[in-house]
Design a protein around this ligand. Structure first.
Ligand code: GLN
Length: 491
């Protein structure tokens, strides 16, 4: 098997048994990026020199017969909204094009501490606003299964890189589906952890009450290993929760006999592609065959999640993005007369159209006279959605749904119609409003394009999600198939 196709566990064995050096592994990944990325365009910057010098350090440690950790020497990449000390962090925006953070995000620092090798920073929708990675100021990323299709978004670069084997794992961020939806479109495993389980310190904010960092991997087992390294309380993030971090890999040993799985009927409603529905129905049969108890259930407020999300997320974004004014850091417009025109020109030239649309919508929702009708109402809807989930979890251990209503769409197909684009997150946004964990894993194919299954759980039940996902994965072969890396390859 190719080096780039291996799992974290397999690579760890090769490194510790000295059958492969970290430098060889890193060089293989860098060669793969050089060969593949001109087609996929997942990377914004490749940190080649840094990666090779980090790799050499791990090799020295191995040569000294010192023990290495499970992620030590494993090449990975980060969505470009995670602050990396001394390395450009752009959020795929012109306004941060030349921004170099003076510190690492906590999740980044933890991976560094664990000895993972940084290959580079990944393309995304500007400020994580979007579902296709077409909103990047720099360029669009392509889906490795069909280069004419989008990889999903906003963490499209992170998802595509794992699918195309340009990184062993990556991190993304998920505010309304940005890890799970691209994971589904690219046929990889993506987890949005419980709100507060992974520190947001150093994650450039989009909507702070919804944002979470999480891993993209080829397998469920790898995902558990990465979460293990990044989860935990952080005093630098006041919304981070002190909790005892379980050993996530332990959950993979359990089967799903007797596991109670609820299938919310609202997620199988109008707009769901028939082919995707068929794949999910088959997945339900697979779980039943493994001894799980699967029953239909209802989350009645689901239809209000989308409007509530787009009010709350944009309201928070309008406040978070107020800091980009051309004075403190980032892009600064030239030839301005006074400070007001400096603000105006900087923001008008520095932000792309989707970001501006959301700042306007959010500012409107928060303004005097409209606050009660929009923002406050949306907060109340958020509570109702949380109650829906609480009630469902009294009866079920896990809920199962499609991750997205369709497979990956063509580049350009939805970019002119923001509302249609927003609908590709209809299955994922309720989870962020509720703050619960959810995972997407490969569940089958429609016309050669991957379909994702979403598993949702109670707060801090990531272990349970891994248990169910692993059981499914071990009894199917969807995760072993490889993308064509061709145009019109599958559609
Ligand atoms: N696509 C959704 C949005 O545009 C979700 C984005 C995200 O999760 N960052 O807001």
């Amino acid at each position: 098997m190719e080096i780039t196709s291996q799992s974290i566990g397999e690579l760890h064995k090769l490194l510790t048994s000295k059958k492969l050096s970290t430098v060889e592994l890193t060089q293989a990944m860098l060669d793969r990026i050089k060969q593949i990325d001109p087609k996929v365009r997942a990377f914004l910057h490749v940190t080649e020199d840094l990666a090779l010098s980090q790799a050499a350090q791990v090799d020295e440690k191995i040569a000294r017969e010192e023990e290495i950790g499970i992620l030590e020497g494993i090449p990975m990449a980060l969505k470009d909204n995670m602050s990396t000390e001394g390395i450009q962090t752009t959020c795929s925006s012109k306004i941060l094009e030349n921004y170099i953070p003076p510190y690492n995000a906590t999740a980044v620092a933890k991976l560094k501490e664990a000895g993972a090798i940084l290959l580079g920073k990944m393309n995304m929708d500007e400020f994580a606003m979007g579902s296709s990675t077409e909103n990047s100021h720099f360029f669009a990323t392509h889906n490795p299964w069909d280069l004419d299709c989008v990889p999903g978004g906003s963490s499209g670069g992170s998802a595509a890189a794992v699918a195309a084997e340009e990184a062993i794992f990556t991190l993304g961020s998920d505010t309304g589906g940005s890890i799970r939806q691209p994971a589904a479109f690219c046929g990889v495993v993506g987890l949005k952890p419980t709100y507060g389980a992974v520190s947001r310190f150093g994650l450039i904010a989009y909507a702070s009450s919804l944002d979470q960092i999480g891993p993209f991997t080829k397998t469920v087992e790898d995902n558990a290993l990465v979460l293990q390294a990044i989860a935990g309380h952080d005093s630098k993030d006041s919304t981070s929760v002190p909790f005892e971090i379980p050993n996530y890999s332990e959950f993979l040993k359990q089967d799903v006999k007797g596991l109670r799985i609820g299938v919310p009927k609202e997620y199988f409603a109008k707009g769901l592609d028939e082919g995707v529905k068929g794949v999910l129905m088959k997945a339900v049969e697979t779980f039943k065959g493994l001894g799980a108890i699967v029953e239909e259930c209802s989350l009645p407020y689901t239809e209000y999640a989308m409007p509530a999300y787009y009010l709350l997320a944009t309201a928070e974004a309008s406040s978070n993005l107020a800091r980009y004014d051309g004075v403190r850091y980032g892009y600064r417009a030239e030839n301005v007369e006074d400070v007001i025109s400096l603000f105006k020109k900087t923001r008008s030239e520095g932000f792309g159209p989707e970001v501006k649309r959301r700042i306007m919508l959010g500012t409107y929702a928060l303004s005097a006279g409209y606050y009660d009708a929009y923002y406050l109402k949306a907060q109340k809807v958020r509570t109702l959605i949380q109650t829906d989930f609480n009630q469902a979890f009294e009866k079920f251990d896990v809920l199962l749904s499609p991750t997205a209503p369709t497979t990956a769409f063509k580049i350009g197909e939805k970019s002119g119609d923001p509302l249609t684009m927003y609908l590709s997150d209809v299955c994922t946004v309720p989870i962020n409003l509720a703050g619960i964990p959810a995972l997407s894993l490969p569940a089958g194919f429609v016309e050669g394009m991957p379909v994702g299954m979403q598993l949702m759980g109670r707060p801090f039940s990531e272990g349970m999600l891994y248990r169910a996902a692993h059981a499914f994965e071990q009894n199917t072969d969807f995760h072993t198939r490889k993308p064509s890396l061709a145009k019109g390859g599958a559609c």
